[in-house]
Design a protein around this ligand. Structure first.
Ligand code: AMP
Length: 201
């Protein structure tokens, strides 16, 4: 089956996980803004954490400025800390972080991971493990700006080599280098994705 692809149903809403900081390289900020604009131009709604700071805020602002639709999902307690973004198309306030992540996942047809910190890692591992458990079958793409996720991929390869992660589970996500590659990657799925469970043995 290697090399075959199936096409996903239309991508209406995409969830992007990304840092509440801007990082130390201009590439991160430029990448976040490009992705926001590309989603707007593709008429794909952006679903994200609702904050106005860091890469999150810059991406949402660029998407809105380009005429895009943006849904922010933020817990009440973080609304003030992360300075909830003004002018979003839609904002949902949740009681907890768990409810926030659940709603972000429910509302989205796929997931993109931008550079980010501990919160981004938490969100990434959760959506990967939910797919590993077949709780969803939505595409997950890591946007590897400036090689930011190389060490993450090496960690997972180390886990495979040491016998704690099945080799097939490296197919749970794709890695791309530029914002322009994100939407085409989301539109592709490995043809054998339904066989993930059979590869557990
Ligand atoms: P960070 O990657 O740490 O800059 O955070 C990015 C996003 O993840 C922000 O919207 C944070 O609210 C969220 N976040 C931070 N810490 C956590 C956590 N422990 N669990 C889930 N999300 C988090």
């Amino acid at each position: 089956m290697t090399g075959e692809i199936t096409v996903q149903p239309p991508l209406r809403s995409i969830c992007v996980y990304c840092g509440s900081s801007k990082g130390n390289r201009p590439d991160y900020l430029e990448g976040a803004q490009s992705l926001g604009r590309l989603l707007a131009e593709s008429r794909i709604r952006l679903v994200y954490g609702g904050g106005s700071i860091g890469l999150m805020g810059s991406m949402a602002g660029a998407c809105l400025d380009a005429g895009g639709q943006v849904t922010g999902i933020i817990p009440h307690f973080l609304d003030r800390l992360e300075v909830g973004m003004e002018g979003l198309t839609e904002i949902e306030k949740t009681e907890s972080m768990h409810e926030r992540k659940q709603r972000m996942a429910e509302l989205s047809d796929g997931f993109v991971v931008m550079p980010g910190g501990l919160g981004t890692l938490d969100e990434t591992f959760e959506i990967l493990t939910w797919r590993q458990l077949q709780l969803h079958d939505k595409p997950i793409v890591l946007l590897n700006i400036a090689g930011y996720w190389d060490l993450f991929v090496h960690l997972l390869e180390h886990q495979v080599n040491e016998g704690f992660v099945k080799p097939a589970h490296l197919d749970l996500f794709q890695v791309v280098d530029t914002p322009e590659q994100v939407i085409p990657a989301l539109a592709r799925q490995p043809a054998d994705r339904g066989d993930i469970r059979s590869k557990w043995t």
